[in-house]
Design a protein around this ligand. Structure first.
Ligand code: SF4
Length: 313
């Protein structure tokens, strides 16, 4: 278990918060503590880059300004509004969470992390982010950036991809919280995004460098040398393209269909893959079934063909 000296923690907090005061990113969801807006931003940020979320956040909030408005919408419409974000099942889970909160909690998003984690699409990180950023609770927030930053600062890492186990970092993060928790959690995220990046940490410019156990690993390293090959996780592919992109293309094809119209699988195949051939139908069916399981797509039984559409729900 990591137990840093209080004097080191104090100095670190001071340095990092001072750096954040001058370098914080001006992000739209940092200008509010409205639980609904925090929820939307955190779900969007789960698997999408900050720059993309910045573009989409305002449009989404304009279309669904309240939890009530989101709860009332159909799955098809929320998936349409999610265009450009990828991982469409997040939109479904977000809408479903809004409905549960409206129906079972009188429209009030819980502030308790355990209650938050019971809602669709909300895991440990997102629950803590909502508790801290919306309700001002003194809880740690550990995303991939913060896990990396704290791993490096408190243990000498052997290479840029070394990380301490997540549970250990959650414990450590809880132990070193300062008074201004909101600012601290945001500061660690920004430090991980701008300075202590995954492959090329800029130790020379880092406000934590004189207190960091890993600074000598990266200091004075020529740009590019920090890259160490890691075993790539194999991602399911088809025709040289990840299956998740094909899923995204199916949803994109269905977004363009008017109203509640459906289209045949064969037509979907030709839309997403110009050289689509009949023998590829079983592959396409499996993809469509995975989208049906996630609640993004619905199957419509037609007389001779299988047709699909965005889920109405
Ligand atoms: S000194 Fe280097 S390794 Fe340590 S936190 Fe800063 S950027 Fe990361």
């Amino acid at each position: 278990m990591l137990k840093p000296r209080p004097s080191r923690v104090n100095a670190l907090q001071k340095n990092i918060l001072r750096w954040y005061g001058k370098n914080s990113r001006q992000l739209p969801w940092r200008k509010t503590n409205d639980p609904y807006r925090v929820l939307v931003s955190e779900i969007m940020l789960q698997q999408t880059q900050v720059s993309r979320v910045e573009q989409k956040f305002h449009h989404f909030i304009k279309q669904y300004p309240t939890l009530r408005a989101l709860a009332r919408t159909s799955r098809a419409d929320v998936v349409r509004a999610w265009q450009g974000m990828g991982y469409n099942n997040r939109a479904i889970r977000l809408r479903d969470a809004a409905r549960i909160v409206m129906e079972e909690r009188d429209g009030r998003l819980p502030s308790d992390t355990a209650q938050l984690e019971k809602l669709p699409g909300i895991g440990r990180y997102t629950a803590h982010a909502i508790a801290c950023f919306a309700y001002g609770q003194k809880v740690p927030v550990v995303d991939v950036n913060i896990r990396r930053v704290l791993s490096r600062i408190f243990r000498k890492m052997n290479n840029v991809f070394d990380l301490k186990p997540a549970d250990e970092i959650w414990e450590l993060a809880a132990r070193i919280l300062p008074e201004n928790v909101y600012m601290w959690n945001q500061a660690l995220m920004d430090l991980g995004a701008a300075i202590c990046t995954a492959q090329k940490p800029l130790c020379e410019s880092c406000p934590a460098s004189n207190l960091c156990s890993s600074r000598t690993l990266y200091k004075n390293r020529a740009p590019g040398n920090a890259r160490i090959r890691r075993s790539k996780k194999s991602e399911p592919m088809y025709a040289g393209i990840p299956q998740r992109f094909w899923r995204g293309r199916i949803v994109e094809a269905l977004r363009k269909v008017n109203g509640e119209d459906s289209i045949s699988l064969t037509k979907v195949g030709r839309t997403i893959k110009p050289d689509f051939a009949a023998h590829e139908l079983p592959w396409l069916k499996r993809l469509a079934q995975s989208l049906i399981r996630d609640g993004v797509v619905e199957r419509v039984k037609a007389s001779r063909t299988t047709k699909i559409m965005l889920a109405k729900g």
